[in-house]
Design a protein. Structure first.
Lengths: 378, 629
């Protein structure tokens, strides 16, 4: 290689230095870079989507920083410690969920919040990480693929919190947590015939779920199937977001030029429907870039998961990565009219603190599991 | 497979994880491809379509109100129809400042400043995107005045809408009722979806009671509008996707009214206050339904100003008051045929036996005189003559013999003191007094007792008893039918506006009154014929020249009571203190086709004032006439 003969350039030296620093901090460079890039892109979109609301964007930025700090801190934690604490975190989460169900605050018609005086937070956010960790902890010592008894216990571990959260009602979070748990079981090697059998049961479960749904959720499903049937009511979100996306075209209308978003036709444009703002202002190109970043994060996450050397680490890391995909897919799907409106934020971009912090924490755990692997292996 | 204790195999697990990761990757790739293809479809394939939408040129869903059903008389003459008219409408969604816009319209003279508050409330009570009518039936001049300023007023526009028109004006207005703008008070009672785009709603009469039949069901139309909300012309990729649903017209109503008889009734009462109602005893069909004075219902469909409404509401002649349905009057002597029948049923008199009338009646052991209308008395009269001459003294005696309990029971059987069940709302039940009623109603203990004198004057339809003209016509109908007849009704059939299919509504029988006692009925009918035709019959002048035989009974109801020794002088009494003139009748007497009740407020004598009115209605209905040119 001819480069070997040359003096290392300044750039190269800097790169080496930062790799060493990242290694010391037990962080994964490519993943951190992609996350940061996505988050910055998200701030740019948010600034426009919020109607150039600087205070709001700064607030989001500060929470992002808080998330990054949490990421770095969690990356230092040893996987063994994480594994041991998993059942306790899970138990704490369950207790908090039950407390919310009994005395929680009602916000926007749903009972999700727990008011601790200084801060209000949603215990369901804890469960986004606690559920996959608890499942992985339960599988850690057991031979894989899990047998039926183990699967049934896992199903209980997942369905109990999911049921509590769906009751609040917060269908989006329930879906994400359920997915996180299911991914652990699938990655653990759940037998193909069980998967096929469960899929065959889905229609029956769908029927059961329909019965349990709240009226507004049923309306959302029906509106999803025929949004044009109620153009002035529940179909309004989808129609407006499709207008935003469609009018953006390939190249977009330009930053802060999206008429749907700027003229406030688009509801919830800085939160759940921010994907439509991105599509209107940056076009198909911008969305491909955004989706590309997401896919890189997921791919890198799965790559790191595969390198993990123990069951717990592999399963948790894999589940975190795949759940991240669910965020992206469900949000993009619902904004573009492919899926019902279930209230899942666009990760790292949608305005809203708790979800951002949880995501960062997840990535912190993922990096910890990967960077500590030699210690575990030996 | 006997090895029950499985051992963790880390290598196998890792291979498994790899396989699952590959599978997950495949699934994710497929799902992302689905999202991307949806995005391509939205952002590339249908890009132009959405650009058009985002430029504020949008598809607006506009309700298409249904055509209100027509109302026809029994011969198919149109009594209520729909005509196009200009209407000023405001769509809140597109109006930046509702208060300012209304003020601008006031300055233009298109809206009265009195109405502004009411309009604001109305606008706020309807959905954002709905066009709320703020003025109905603009004149051409007003349309022109608005057109000049139209560009300054986004969200306000003039639309051509069908509005209600009553070609005969005030004719039969109290039967038809009227429509007027849907008010806040109406909103809780109607399904907002069914009334999207509809301006007018039936308020009283047939228009209100048959609102469900008349209204129909709205359709919708998607139209292209620009950012100001005005309909857009020209090519647009949006146009291909527009859809619509046609409105279903309301049903036409065929009434039992006969316009000729109706007009005869109203002309006969012109200049007076009163009511005429004519019913076919064979099915309850209302042939004429006149409450005079009336008013022009077209004003309500157009929207009355506060002053115009106040003029109607405050008029001493009470044109808005439906005297047929809601006017409760003492029936006076028109109740005597019923009393005669009661006397026969309970066998308290021998119809052929004559009694002497000396001009007044006294209760045993009392000196109080119950006077006959004829101070010198009628002399010797039997039942027939007592009815024919309307001898009060005879019926004072009948009443005393019957007693209040039997009288109250019999009057109640005759449908008095309760609603007849006519098919429009608002009917008053009138009043049949009884011991229990008096006990229940009067506040002071001393007044609660039923006095013998109360019984005596009830025999000639005075005192506490009240009946509506509608009930009196129903009584005449019952006598005509020898105890069987039908509930009065205005609507006989419903016609589907699209198919023309006519659905006839079956007549509803009223509770029968001893139909078997044929001889009693015939005796009473004969007595009523004698009213019209015998030498001393009170209404003999009215029957002169009639080609058919009429059975009738006159009545005069006191508006105020005359003291014991006073002499009642009609000329000296203020016009509004005069007696009400009443008349009930049916014809032909042997095969009745029409039963008529007439009330003329402060008309004086039933014989001279009310009976001729009934004759004119009967002539118009029963006699063949040259077709109107």
């Amino acid at each position: 290689m001819i480069y070997d003969d040359l003096q290392p350039s300044t750039a190269r030296r800097t790169l080496t230095a930062s790799t060493r620093l990242l290694g010391k901090l037990r962080l994964d460079g490519p993943l951190l870079l992609a996350i940061s890039a996505t988050a910055v892109f998200g701030l740019v979109i948010l600034y426009s989507a919020s109607g150039e609301n600087f205070a709001l964007t700064r607030g989001q930025f500060l929470r992002m920083c808080l998330g990054l700090v949490l990421l770095v801190l969690l990356a230092q934690a040893s996987p063994k410690y994480l594994r041991m604490s998993a059942p306790w975190i899970y138990a704490l989460g369950i207790v908090l969920l039950v407390i919310v169900a009994v005395i929680g605050d009602v916000g926007k018609g749903a009972q999700r919040w727990l008011d601790l005086g200084i801060l209000r937070f949603q215990p369901s956010e804890i469960m986004k990480l606690a559920v996959p960790m608890a499942c992985a902890w339960f599988l850690h010592e057991r031979p894989l693929p899990p047998d039926l008894k183990v699967v049934l216990v896992l199903a209980l571990l997942v369905l109990f919190p999911v049921g509590l959260i769906a009751e609040q009602p917060d269908l989006g979070t329930a879906l994400l947590i359920g997915a996180a748990g299911v991914f652990v079981v699938l990655l653990a090697g759940l037998r193909v015939r069980v998967i096929v059998g469960t899929l065959a049961l889905l229609p029956a479960l769908a029927w059961l779920g329909w019965g349990l749904m709240h009226d507004y959720q049923r309306r959302r499903v029906l509106t999803f199937l025929t949004p044009e049937s109620d153009p002035l009511g529940a179909g309004y979100h989808i129609i407006q977001s499709q207008i935003a996306l469609g009018s953006g075209g390939v190249f977009g209308k330009g930053w802060m030029n999206g008429s749907q978003a700027q003229l406030e036709f688009l509801p919830e444009r800085s939160t759940d429907f921010i994907f439509a703002v991105a599509g209107e202002e940056f076009g198909l190109i911008g969305l491909m870039l955004l989706v590309g970043l997401y896919l890189f994060i997921i791919g890198r996450g799965m790559y790191l998961a595969m390198q993990c050397q123990d069951t717990f680490s592999r399963l948790v890391a894999g589940s975190i990565s795949l759940t991240f995909f669910v965020y992206v897919f469900v949000n993009a799907g619902m904004v573009s009219g492919l899926l019902p409106v279930v209230g899942v934020p666009l990760p790292l971009v949608s305005y809203g603190g708790t979800s951002m912090v949880t995501l960062m924490a997840g990535f912190g755990i993922l990096m910890s599991l990967h960077s500590h692997r030699k210690l575990v292996g030996s | 497979m006997s090895n029950r204790v499985r051992i963790k195999d880390h290598w196998a697990e890792q291979r498994m994880f790899l396989r699952r990761t590959i599978a997950a990757g495949t699934v994710m790739a497929l799902l992302i491809a689905a999202v991307l293809s949806k995005l391509v479809q939205l952002q590339v394939v249908r890009h132009d379509y959405y650009v058009d939408l985002s430029q504020g040129n949008r598809v607006r869903v506009e309700a298409v109100p249904p055509n209100r059903g027509l109302i026809l008389d029994r011969n198919g003459l149109v009594l209520a129809e729909n005509l196009p008219a200009y209407q000023l409408e405001l769509t809140r969604e597109q109006v930046a400042d509702v208060d300012g816009s209304l003020k601008a319209l006031v300055d233009l003279g298109l809206v009265l400043s009195d109405d502004v508050d009411r309009l604001k409330r109305l606008i706020r009570s309807r959905p954002l995107f709905e066009a709320v009518p703020i003025r109905l039936q603009l004149t051409d001049e007003e349309v022109a005045r608005f057109a000049v300023r139209r560009h300054d007023m986004p969200g306000i526009d003039i639309r051509t809408r069908l509005t209600r028109h009553y070609p005969y004006g005030a004719v039969a207005v109290h039967a038809l009722g009227y429509v007027s703008a849907i008010s806040e008070q109406d909103l809780p009672h109607i399904d907002a979806r069914e009334y999207a785009g509809t301006t007018l709603i039936g308020k009283v009469g047939v228009e209100a009671s048959y609102e469900r039949e008349l209204h129909g069901s709205p359709g919708f139309r998607q139209i292209l509008v620009n950012a100001q909300g005005r309909p857009m012309e020209g090519e647009s990729p949006l146009r291909a996707d527009l859809s619509s649903k046609t409105a279903l017209s309301g049903n036409d109503l065929i009434l039992s009214l006969d316009l000729r008889a109706q007009q005869a009734a109203e002309e006969a009462l012109a200049g007076r206050r009163g009511a005429v109602i004519a019913i076919d005893p064979a099915n309850g069909d209302v042939i004429a339904f006149a409450s005079v004075p009336g008013f022009d219902p077209n004003g309500f469909a157009r929207g009355l100003s506060r002053a115009e409404y106040a003029a109607l509401e405050d008029s001493i002649d009470r044109p808005l008051f439906n005297r047929v349905l809601r006017g409760a009057y003492p029936p006076g002597s028109t109740i005597k045929p019923v009393m005669a029948l009661a006397a026969l049923s309970y066998a308290v008199v021998d119809p052929e036996q004559v009694r002497y009338c000396r001009g007044f009646f006294t209760l045993p052991g009392s000196s109080r005189r119950y006077r006959d209308w004829k101070p010198e008395g009628h002399g010797w009269v039997n039942l027939r003559e007592a009815v024919a001459q309307s001898c009060d003294t005879y019926f004072y005696g009948v009443a005393q013999a019957l007693g209040i309990d039997r009288m109250a029971a019999f009057l109640t059987k005759f449908g008095l003191g309760q609603r007849t069940g006519i098919d429009i709302d608002g009917e008053k039940p009138g009043l049949v007094p009884s011991r229990e009623w008096k006990e229940r109603t009067f506040p002071r203990e001393g007044e609660r007792v039923w006095f013998p004198g109360d019984t005596v004057i009830l025999g000639i339809g005075q005192g506490y008893m009240l009946a509506t003209p509608l009930q009196l016509a129903h009584v005449a109908s019952l006598i005509a039918g020898h105890g069987t007849t039908f509930q009065p009704r205005l609507v006989t059939a419903v016609r589907n506006a699209r198919t023309g299919e006519v659905r006839r509504l079956p007549p509803k029988p009223s509770p029968a009154v001893d139909p078997d006692e044929g001889s009693h009925w015939q005796r009473v009918v004969d007595a009523m014929v004698a009213v019209m035709n015998s030498a001393h019959g009170t209404a003999r002048a009215t029957a002169v020249g009639s080609t058919y035989q009429i059975a009738g009974k006159t009545g005069t109801a006191q508006v105020f009571s005359v003291g014991q020794s006073e002499k009642y002088n009609e000329k000296e009494v203020e016009e509004r203190m005069r007696d009400h003139a009443l008349f009930i009748s049916f014809a032909p007497a042997d095969a009745p086709r029409i039963a008529v009740a007439v009330l003329v407020e402060n008309g004086g004598h039933g014989a001279s004032v009310a009976a001729p009115v009934a004759r004119k209605v009967m002539d118009a209905y029963l006699l063949p006439q040259a077709p109107a040119s």
